[in-house]
Design a protein around this ligand. Sequence first.
Ligand SMILES: Nc1ncnc2c1ncn2[C@@H]1O[C@H](COP(=O)(O)OP(=O)(O)OP(=O)(O)O)[C@@H](O)[C@H]1O
Length: 252
Amino acid sequence: MLKVNHLSKSYQTGTNMYPVLKDITFHVNKGEFVAVMGPSGSGKTTLLNCISCFIPHDHGEILLNDKNLTGLDENKLAAIRNKHLGFVFQDFMLLDGLSVFENICLPQIIAKKPIPQMEAKAQKLCSLFGIEKIKDKYPAEISGGEKQRTAVARAMMNQPYVLLADEPTGNLDSKSCKAVIDAFLQAKNEMHTTIFMVTHDSYAASFCDRVIVLKDGEVNQELTKTGTRREFMDQLLNVLRELGGDDSHDAA
Ligand SMILES: Nc1ncnc2c1ncn2[C@@H]1O[C@H](COP(=O)(O)OP(=O)(O)OP(=O)(O)O)[C@@H](O)[C@H]1O
């Protein structure tokens, strides 16, 4: 579903070029829930921004459902972002003046989809993610966990090929974190959604099928969950402790 082949990216500061991603290769299969972890500055956000088509990469290729995104012009990239990618951000990015239900509908309002079809879909997502009771409230009236579940529902409106999440649990306590992870697992299990999440949180990552660990812009290792979630979390904590890059929830 998502293939990243030999991806490189440098930033220019003055006359100096700083390589941030160095020959990154990995694949994410349809329906897989994959996290990217690594110490601060290892290139996680840069990688996500390249996959999101927000910034261009220098070398290599990114394929989304076998379509090569490399070299597409900004209009084509914007169309791919709108149609085929869903986004969940650390700070929710909900529109304060719209209700929960209207926020969820937003991607299809922008895409000018028929209203009855759109409302039926939003209603289904509200019940899937357990936010039916708050659907008429406004973002200022709901909790952080409810805001993020609303953001997950909104990201699912266009049934994206891949849901991209940037530190989705970063602003949440353990209980809300679990509620958001449950929303991802529901999207994966009931809608076969492919999820790619950047996180510092080993607790959140322990619910994933696989974790790609970055260090200094390179894939340091890939860890696949084989045993229990708790064992996987301990494995992640050990790896991250060695590399210096986790701030997992204590209550995990
Ligand atoms: N626009 C930019 N221009 C120049 N350098 C940048 C830019 N954005 C990021 N960097 C540098 O690239 C490196 C990787 O940054 P990035 O934000 O991708 O790391 P990260 O792993 O997401 O870090 P964190 O965990 O702290 O969010 C860092 O050294 C950062 O200072």
